[in-house]
Design a protein around this ligand. Structure first.
Ligand code: ATP
Length: 317
C-alpha cells in the first residue's frame, strides 16, 4: 500500500436502483493502490452491482467514480484494459484446453502476438496448471478451473483486480493456494485487489481494510483490527484454575472493573468486557491468593464478531 499515490478507486455517493430496489446507495469509499480491499456483505447486499458500476459495465443513477484515474462510464473500454475481473461463476470454454482458453483471451485482451505465448506459459506455470495445460478445461477440478479463471483475469497484467468470491466452493488446500496468489499479487506485484467475499476469516487474513455493505449502504469501513477494536466490549478472557481455588478466583474476577458478564463452566471461567490488559494484575492477585492457575487466555474480537454485531445477528443463529 502506498498512501502517497492517487487512489485506485474513488467512489462518491454512488447509487444504483433496479426498480424499487436500491442495490447500491450513496456509496462513498477510496481504495489505495496495492491494497487488498475486502468488500463484505450478505447475499444481495450490492457487492456485484458495485463491481459492475466501478468497471463501467453498468450505469449509475447517481454519484461519481474515478477508477485508475478514469471515469468508468466515459472511458469504460480504456479502463477495462487495466482491470481484471473474476466473476462469481467464471465461464470457461470447457471444450478447449486450459492453454487454449488463455490463448483466446490473450488475443481478445490485445496481448501483442510476440508476447502472447510466453505470457500464457508464465501464467500456466504460476498457477500450477502447466502440466495439465493440454487437457480440456471441462475435465479440470473446481480448484483448477478457479485458478485458470484467475490466470485469465491476469493475462493483460491489470493494475486492479476485482475478485468476486474467489474461493467459493474450494477445498482448504485450493483455498490456501488462491489466498497465496492474492497476497503475492498485492505484496510482490503491487496490484490492487478489490475482494468481494462472505468469508470473514478470508477477509481477516487477506485484507488491509474492509468495508461492510448492508442493503446497498456502507455500514463499516476500516482495518480488520480497527473494526475489531470498536467491539472492545466484547473482549473475553478465559481462565482455568484448580478446583480448590475457584471461590477465591470468582471473588477476584468480580472485582475487575468493566466486566459485563462472568460465565462458569466446570473449572473454566469466562469474563466478558476485559482483555489482555488485565492479565498481569489478575495473575498476580491469583498467585497471591494461592490459586493454582492452569490457563488464562484472551479471546480478541474477530471480524466475525464485528460482522454479527453490525448485522444484529447472534453468532450461530
Ligand atoms: P451475492 O452475494 O448474492 O452475489 P451481492 O451483494 O453481489 O449478492 P447484488 O448482486 O449486487 O448483491 O444485488 C443487490 C440487489 O440488486 C439485489 O436485491 C438484487 O436482486 C438486485 N439486482 C442486482 N442486479 C439486478 C438486475 N440486473 N436486475 C434487477 N435487480 C438486480
Amino acid at each position: 500500500m502506498n498512501h502517497n499515490e492517487d487512489p485506485a478507486i474513488v467512489a462518491s455517493a454512488l447509487t444504483r436502483r433496479f426498480g424499487e430496489v436500491t442495490a447500491v446507495s450513496e456509496l462513498t469509499l477510496e481504495v489505495l493502490p496495492g491494497e487488498v480491499f475486502g468488500f463484505l456483505g450478505h447475499n444481495g447486499a450490492g457487492k456485484t452491482t458495485t463491481v459492475r458500476l466501478l468497471n463501467g459495465v453498468l450505469a449509475a443513477d447517481g454519484g461519481t467514480a474515478r477508477v485508475l484515474g478514469l471515469d468508468p462510464w466515459q472511458n469504460g473500454p480504456a479502463l477495462r484494459g487495466h482491470t481484471g475481473i473474476l466473476t462469481e461463476t467464471p465461464s470457461l470454454d470447457e471444450r478447449l484446453t486450459g492453454r487454449e482458453n488463455l490463448q483466446i483471451y490473450a488475443e481478445l485482451y490485445g496481448v501483442p502476438p510476440a508476447e502472447l505465448s510466453q505470457r500464457v506459459e508464465e501464467l500456466l506455470e504460476a498457477f500450477e496448471l502447466a502440466h495439465r495445460g493440454d487437457e480440456k478445461a471441462g475435465g479440470y477440478s473446481r480448484g483448477m478451473k478457479q485458478r485458470l479463471a484467475l490466470a485469465r483475469a491476469l493475462l493483460h497484467k491489470p493494475r486492479l483486480l476485482f475478485l468476486d468470491e474467489p474461493t467459493a466452493g474450494l477445498d482448504p488446500v485450493a483455498t490456501r493456494r488462491v489466498h497465496g496468489l492474492i497476497t503475492r499479487l498485492s505484496r510482490e506485484e503491487r496490484r490492487t485487489v478489490f475482494l468481494c467475499t462472505h468469508n470473514l476469516a478470508e477477509a481477516q487474513k487477506l485484507c488491509d481494510r474492509v468495508a461492510v455493505l448492508e442493503h446497498g449502504c456502507l455500514v463499516a469501513l476500516g482495518t480488520p483490527v480497527e473494526l475489531a477494536n470498536r467491539m472492545g466490549h466484547r473482549q473475553r478472557l478465559e481462565i482455568e484454575v484448580a478446583p480448590e481455588g475457584l471461590a477465591a478466583t470468582l471473588d477476584i474476577l468480580r472485582s475487575i472493573p468493566g466486566i459485563t458478564e462472568l460465565q462458569q463452566d466446570n473449572g473454566s471461567l469466562t469474563i466478558v468486557g476485559a482483555g489482555r490488559e488485565v492479565i498481569p494484575g489478575l495473575v498476580a492477585s491469583l498467585v497471591a491468593a494461592g490459586v493454582r492457575i492452569y490457563r488464562v487466555s484472551p479471546r480478541e474480537p474477530s471480524l466475525e464478531d464485528v460482522y454479527f454485531a453490525l448485522h444484529d445477528v447472534e453468532e450461530g443463529s
